[in-house]
Ligand binder design. Sequence first.
Ligand code: F0G
Length: 409
Amino acid sequence: MAQFELRCIECGGTYDMSRPAYACSRCGNLLEVRLDIDISKERLAKAKHLGKPISVWRYRELIPVERESRVFSLNEGGTPLFKCARLGEKLGLKNLSIKFDGSNPTGSFKDRGMTVGITKAKELGMKVVTCASTGNTSASLAAYAGLADLKCVVLIPEGKVALGKLAQAMMHGAIVVSVRGNFDQALEIVMKSSEKLGMYVLNSVNPFRIEGQKTAAYEICDQLGGKSPDYLYIPVGNGGNSAAYWKGFAEYEALGAVSSHPVIRGIQSEGAAPVAHMFETGSKELVPVKKPDTVATAIRIGNPANWKKTVKAIKESGGHASTVSDDEILRAQESMARLEGIFAEPAGAAALAGLIKDLQLGKIDRDADIVCVSTGHGLKDPDVAIAHCTKPKTIEPSVEALGKLLEAD
Ligand code: F0G
């Protein structure tokens, strides 16, 4: 009996892991890796994983790569879980923490998935990797493809990728293709062309990416001393990361590493909220947003490829998806930076914005253990930060001028 199985999320059809596959050839739904709990438990116990440094690869026994494979790593994961006392006090919360995945090697959570995805790409013998991206996936993929000596082709929506992310993809040597359209259209081209052009897709439709990203949930439980939080707030764009977190929490509970799981609160921007809309209306089908728009360009997505996975995940956790405005996102971004010293990009502040909104609506128990996931670093998007803040003040080069300025301030 194998420890891992690649299965369709809807019809349960199984697939060979030694070939590139993303969707079920029978029903068209996405694939996911399923763990055999007994085998995994035994392997994990033998590995004594808690004695190893905290990182994605601390959990190697729960990640479906071949035992003999060379792992392509930049030391991803092991990101801080900041206990946010000042922010907590301001919001009237006793136990608020932020999981800052912006401190990954390329500045976003994507690295967790990419170290596994690229390791898999090499196992499969692929030579070219590709993705469509709102920016972070392309930055991460470009870095890991360089490390593994793979050709990298990234498709980005023209004019809608934050400056830092674009600089990363270019510097790491990707072929950067700007598409006159949005992310959803770019992803459609990637999915339609990958097989014909021999490219391995490393968007979150790739089941192995999710296997890397789920480790963030294991880490949170370990960082809380073998306990799950009560609530997890997380931004939802294409829907992969929220599904990955849920997979991680559910697996860790099934493995007996923790005795409960959190309620997942998925947060979307008002201008790009097809998943939240499903929860509001009770609809069973996603209605794509044709022209998504938000200051949080990372989650400017109208037709999330993983919508079925994330809706299932949020529902299984007993959670809900809701929206925040751009203004709420920018205010949360500023609070994190000023009160806790955490500089997140706008999408990386959406979860906190969602929590603040829930508090205002009286939806959350103030004694609960709450974790907000901050997904990307603020330096990724300097333009938004500079536009939002007070401009620098200019003075003549003298002590008097400085004194006068500070007096007036
Ligand atoms: N936060 C950040 C900073 C992101 O870059 C993304 C997605 C998300 C949240 C949403 O995660 O898509 O798994 O629901 N960025 C992708 C990209 C789409 O291309 O970089 P999701």
